[in-house]
Ligand binder design. Structure first.
Ligand code: DGL
Length: 269
């Protein structure tokens, strides 16, 4: 095995949302060392400028680059939309980003009415406009920015009355438009799937991108000869700059993983 095959993969997000993607990555790549970075001190990214988000991404990339990661997954739709081009220009290792599952949704929808929940940063980005344009065809896409949801997920709130009320406010208008497919275009929202399902008829498809990104990452690693051929399960390290006393508990409960492969590393930046 070459040294680089043995190096870890970084997975990063504005906070804990990308753990939903991390779970998929762990499922498809059980032998890889994974380092998750939650930039929770600076969450949410949704209403920050592209410049500010890019600055945060560069800071985290430098940190992970020093650890010698072999690849980074930007497990954040908002950060991908704001900064993926700059990041790919500055770093040589493979960088995998996220985008709302517009294409899978357009293949699934029968009545051609699709709702998309995402942050305002994602919905207002040029990258998202191009994505919609590409898949527009005969589909009516209804976009809904969801202010306040990321903050609740950051606190580990996946089901309170406050959360349900907020979700209802965002979902009801989409139901009135008769959507048959709903895209979760923010990695934090994947943790709200059960709460969202409770507010919608069961025939509505809910799509997110965690599994697709994990499969794509595996493909990239194979193609670049970077796959880890270890036979022991990979370690998963968590880093967070959260100032919340409960950050470790929230991460542990969202990860829900095998404690043997879990290290909480505390504050880092
Ligand atoms: N998980 C990020 C995303 O996928 C959340 C953005 C935020 O922090 O507002 O867009």
């Amino acid at each position: 095995m070459t040294p680089s095959q043995n190096n870890p993969i970084g997975v990063i997000d504005s906070g804990v949302g990308g753990i939903s993607v991390l779970k998929s990555i762990r499922k498809y790549l059980p032998y890889e060392k994974l380092i998750y970075v939650a930039d929770s001190k600076y969450a949410p990214y949704g209403e920050k400028s592209s410049e500010d988000i890019t600055h945060r991404m560069l800071t985290i990339f430098e940190f992970l680059n020093k650890i010698k990661v072999k690849s980074i997954v930007v497990a954040c739709n908002t950060a991908t939309a704001a900064s993926i081009g700059t990041l790919r220009n500055q770093f040589n290792f493979p960088i995998v980003g996220m985008e709302p599952a517009v294409k899978p949704a357009s293949l699934l929808s029968k009545n051609r009415v699709v709702g998309i929940l995402a942050t305002s940063g994602t919905l207002l980005s040029a990258k998202f406009a191009a994505l919609l344009e590409h898949h527009a065809n005969d589909i009516h896409f209804i976009t809904q920015p969801c202010f306040g949801l990321v903050e609740l997920v950051e606190q580990g709130d996946l089901e309170s009355v406050k959360l349900t009320t907020l979700l209802k406010k965002y979902i009801d208008p989409l139901l009135k438009e008769n959507i048959d497919t709903l895209v979760l275009g923010c990695t934090h929202y994947s943790f709200l799937k059960p709460a969202i399902q409770n507010l919608m008829p069961s025939y509505i498809n809910i799509v997110d991108t965690g599994d697709a990104v994990a499969v794509y990452l595996k493909h990239v690693l194979i193609e670049k000869n970077l796959l880890n051929h270890d036979i022991l399960p990979g370690i998963t390290d968590f880093w967070t700059n959260s100032l919340d006393q409960n950050a470790d508990k929230v991460i542990t409960s969202l990860w829900g993983g095998d404690p043997i492969s879990f290290n909480y590393k505390g504050l880092w930046i």
